[in-house]
Design a protein around this ligand. Structure first.
Ligand SMILES: [Zn+2]
Length: 373
């Protein structure tokens, strides 16, 4: 999964005479029902191939072929957005799958094009989980509904575990103090490593899980700047698999996100009412999109609607109009108006906030947008 450290490394890659191919492609099966993304991809491939120098083309030919084969061959695994960075000359290949759409782009350059990846990191809240007990700790990150284990913290020299007979010789009190001492050393080590991890990653919110005692002890050791960002704690065993850890954390995440969503909805409704750079309702949102004014699209998760799209300029509307009022192009019926709107919003550089459930927004038409102007 995407993280800032990896992106930094990638951004540093630069060959004097070597080239990188960077592909961003919307592969959502919903907005691309007939595999439309293959057509988009082939068009970009054609334009790029024609637009670059022959000598450069020779250098990236392998990459383009590899990416081509990948896009054509991996349809089923795709989420919504796909990013591939490739440079055969540097033996470099990275692929990312996102649950959000991306803006279609195919770029050949001496550096990998990472700006869209940075945007995804910045714009969609990431969480970190610290899982801790008295002997070990694990760190996870959650982004766009997926969880990845970042690393483990093992503090060596915990007595009673591997030193045969060692602690039997100690009196019970002495032994207890010895253990406390080592637990203290371990937890301080965990705190140090967790802070180091956080300083490199700009992660907004945190969760702490593990054995109840270790959780409260570690919270006591963390500085306020870190504890202020903890949105909840939970009980968990250290041996849990990543997806099981995610399951334990989910109620806390959902409660936190629900609160944030409610604030967003209140704001978009209030601003739309005062006509302060916000609109509510599908038709107004679609018009704002057509005018390139959307800064952030907000809609209810399951909101679906159908309507019409211009084949030429991609104007979207609920109204049956023909030809397109903007460009005179041919209109066609489309089934996934909201997904298409989200796609267009992303292409304009807008953010998307999907609201899991909110009665006020549902009552107001299930969709709204904050506008740039
Ligand atoms: Zn049009």
């Amino acid at each position: 999964m995407l993280n800032r450290e990896e992106l930094k490394e990638i951004a540093k890659m630069q060959g004097d005479e070597t080239y990188f191919v960077s592909l961003y492609l919307n592969v959502s099966p919903i907005t691309n029902t007939k595999g439309d993304y293959i057509i988009h991809f082939k068009n970009m491939l054609k334009n790029t191939t024609e637009g670059i120098d022959r000598a450069v083309f020779k250098k990236v030919k392998d990459d383009l072929e590899k990416i081509d084969a990948y896009v054509l061959g991996n349809k089923r695994e795709f989420k919504k957005g796909l990013a591939i960075l490739s440079s055969s000359e540097n033996s470099f290949w990275k692929e990312y799958h996102f649950a959000v759409p991306v803006k279609n782009e195919l770029i050949v350059d001496k550096t990998p094009y990472t700006k869209p990846l940075l945007d995804i990191l910045d714009n969609y809240q990431r969480y970190a989980i610290l899982l801790v007990d008295k002997e070990s700790a694990r760190i996870f990150t959650i982004h766009l509904g997926g969880i990845v284990e970042y690393g483990e913290v093992h503090t060596s020299d915990i007595p009673g575990k591997h030193k045969k007979g060692g602690w039997f010789a100690l009196s019970q009190n002495h032994y207890a103090r010895h253990i406390d001492y080592h637990v203290g050393v371990h937890l301080k080590d965990v705190v140090k490593k967790f802070e180091g991890f956080l300083s490199g990653e700009y992660i907004g919110r945190l969760l702490v899980g593990g054995s109840d005692e270790a959780v409260s002890m570690v919270k006591g050791l963390l500085p306020h700047t870190v504890t202020d960002r903890i949105i909840g704690t939970f009980h968990a065993e250290m041996f849990l698999k990543s997806d099981e850890v995610l399951k334990r954390a989910e109620p806390i995440l959902q409660a936190y996100e629900k609160k944030k969503e409610d604030v967003t909805v209140e704001e978009v409704l209030a601003r739309a009412m005062k006509r302060e750079n916000a609109v509510i309702g599908l038709e107004d949102v679609l018009n704002a999109l057509q005018e390139g004014r959307v800064m952030k699209l907000v809609f209810i998760k399951d909101f679906k609607d159908s309507g019409y799209a211009c084949k030429n300029c991609r104007y979207l509307t609920k109204q049956k109009v023909s030809p397109c009022p903007y460009c005179g192009g041919e209109m066609e019926e489309v089934g996934y108006l909201v997904d298409l709107a989200a796609q267009r919003a992303v292409e304009q550089g807008a953010l998307i906030e999907v609201i899991s459930d909110n009665k006020k927004l549902s009552d107001a038409g299930s969709i709204g947008a904050f506008l740039r102007f």
